[in-house]
Design a protein around this ligand. Structure first.
Ligand code: GLN
Length: 485
């Protein structure tokens, strides 16, 4: 057992220690591997641990490359890693080893970061609890009887369990922010176009974004410095300048106009969540921010719109899994048509099939105008709502989730109750703006609660400034649960 505890310092602290030569990258990687060995049997955050590769990289890495150099990280299993399994937690891709790295992986490599493994998730990122993984559930480190959230449940749990200082996730309707909230860590969904999705296995292409899960806001900013920016391999990545996100963390929010979304402070929000968020609003007031009330009337349609658009795009994106070129193929088909059918029937889980059926239905002739096209129209109205709101404020505030982490099995019987989890997170994806979840307290049972902040497109800097000022004043971030090793 090594003597290093990864929880002792943040990324800035580890960088300093590495730069001074007080610790060696191999010690940090070993500390991560040891922690995984000690707790991951309980938590099951990882699907693959790349022990050998990580230790090898640690021996060779130049710690002066960047602030992330020589520091371990975990990667959600829908982000392509060359020659390393990328399963999307699906039987369909159980044997898939991508021939290339996603752009975010290339960028982390260039920065000298070291991936120690791939994390569990809901199959193809469809879900809010990581219960839809084909390879077993991930447990919430704060309460092993509860879900870590999803779909990036493994990434959030890995950070909360102290297995890695940070992880990458993906967020289509809340999959970074919701698990971050449930696990008491920080999650950012960047602006649509801010981070390249080249090498991210597509779920819903007009909504998907990759982003960091960290223990603090400042660390989120640091990781964003490494992964942001235009990429020729992804035509949806935006040629927008990337500022040094850490330079904007002044701790100052005096005069910042914060809009409280009234639709998300009432019905359907658990009282403990509402109370914690109300306290957060007071904290912002104390810090000198200006609090304004905001109405977003079309947000009541957000869930309906999302569950038309996301399955529609998914049904198209997932058509490629046909057993022909890669991934799972049924061993016993008599004709090619039977092969397609059997492969997809055996390779996909129930939730993925439900989305494909829904999506195929809403795109089919005769229903397209009634459902899909209508959803696009409402999406455009939602965008107008948000544009109007941002005329009066710089940041929007709401809970990240209506409730804290729920127990296993509590919502699997009824998909709609599971979908309701995404109430507050989905709008940011539909309108393409950045959104951050920051810990804002605990329930009486000791479960973490998340505060969501949203800003205008490409204004992650303001989001980080507000989130960082809040977490310094509130003091809920950076805490890790006690987990018997
Ligand atoms: N929970 C949402 C869903 O099931 C969002 C998933 C995500 O963001 N990947 O679609």
């Amino acid at each position: 057992m090594t003597s290093i505890d990864l929880g002792e310092r943040d990324l800035f602290g580890w960088h300093e220690a590495l730069a001074k030569g007080d610790v060696h990258p191999a010690e940090l990687v070993q500390a991560s591997l040891d922690r995984i060995a000690a707790v991951d049997e309980q938590v099951h955050a990882f699907l693959t641990v790349t022990r050998k590769e990580a230790l090898q990289e640690a021996e060779q890495v130049d710690v002066t490359l960047s602030p992330l150099a020589g520091i371990p990280a975990a990667i959600k299993d829908n982000i392509c890693t060359q020659n390393v399994p990328t399963t999307c937690a699906s039987r369909m891709l159980h044997n898939f080893r991508p021939p290339y790295d996603a752009t975010v992986i290339q960028r982390l490599r260039t920065a000298g970061a070291i991936a120690v493994g791939k994390t569990n998730m809901d199959e193809f990122a469809m879900g809010s609890s990581t219960e839809h993984s084909a390879f077993g559930v991930t447990r919430n480190p704060w309460d092993l009887g509860r879900v870590p959230g999803g779909s990036s449940g493994g990434s959030a749990a890995a950070v909360a369990a102290g297995e890695v200082p940070y992880a990458l996730g993906s967020d289509t309707g809340g999959s970074i922010r919701q698990p971050a909230a449930y696990c008491g860590v920080v999650g950012l969904k960047p602006t649509y176009g801010r981070v390249s999705r080249y090498g991210l296995v597509a779920f819903a292409s007009s909504l998907d974004q990759i982003g960091p899960i960290t223990r603090t806001v400042a660390e989120s900013a640091l990781v964003m410095n490494a992964i942001s920016g235009v990429d020729l391999h992804d035509s949806t990545s935006a040629p927008v300048e990337v500022p040094d996100f850490t330079a904007t963390l002044t701790g100052e929010v005096r005069g910042l106009r914060i809009g409280i979304i009234s639709e998300y402070m009432g019905e359907g929000i658990d009282p403990s969540v509402r109370q914690a968020v109300q306290q957060a609003i007071q904290t912002f007031e104390r810090l000198g921010a200006e609090i304004v009330e905001v109405h977003l009337p079309t947000t009541k349609h957000a869930l309906a719109v999302y569950y038309l658009i996301a399955p529609a795009e998914a049904s198209s994106n997932l058509a490629r899994y046909d057993g022909v070129r890669y991934g799972y193929r049924t061993p016993q088909a008599k004709s090619v048509v039977e092969m397609y059918k059997q492969t997809r029937d055996e390779g996909f889980g129930t939730e993925v099939k439900r989305r494909i059926l829904l999506g195929t239905y809403v795109l089919s002739a005769g229903y397209y105008d009634a459902y899909y096209k209508r959803a696009l129209q409402v999406r455009a109205l939602m965008k107008q709502d948000f544009d109007r709101a941002f005329e009066h404020c710089d940041v929007l505030l709401s809970p990240t989730t209506p409730t804290p982490a729920f127990a296993f099995g509590e919502k699997t019987a009824d998909p709609v109750t599971m979908y309701l989890n995404d109430l507050c997170t989905i709008p940011a994806n539909l309108v393409g703006i950045p959104a951050l979840s920051v810990p804002c307290g605990f329930t009486p049972e000791g479960l973490p609660i998340g505060l969501q902040l949203m800003a205008k497109a490409f204004d992650e800097a303001t989001l980080f400034r507000a989130g960082d000022a809040y977490e310094r004043a509130a003091g809920f971030t950076g805490r890790l649960p006690e987990l018997a090793a």
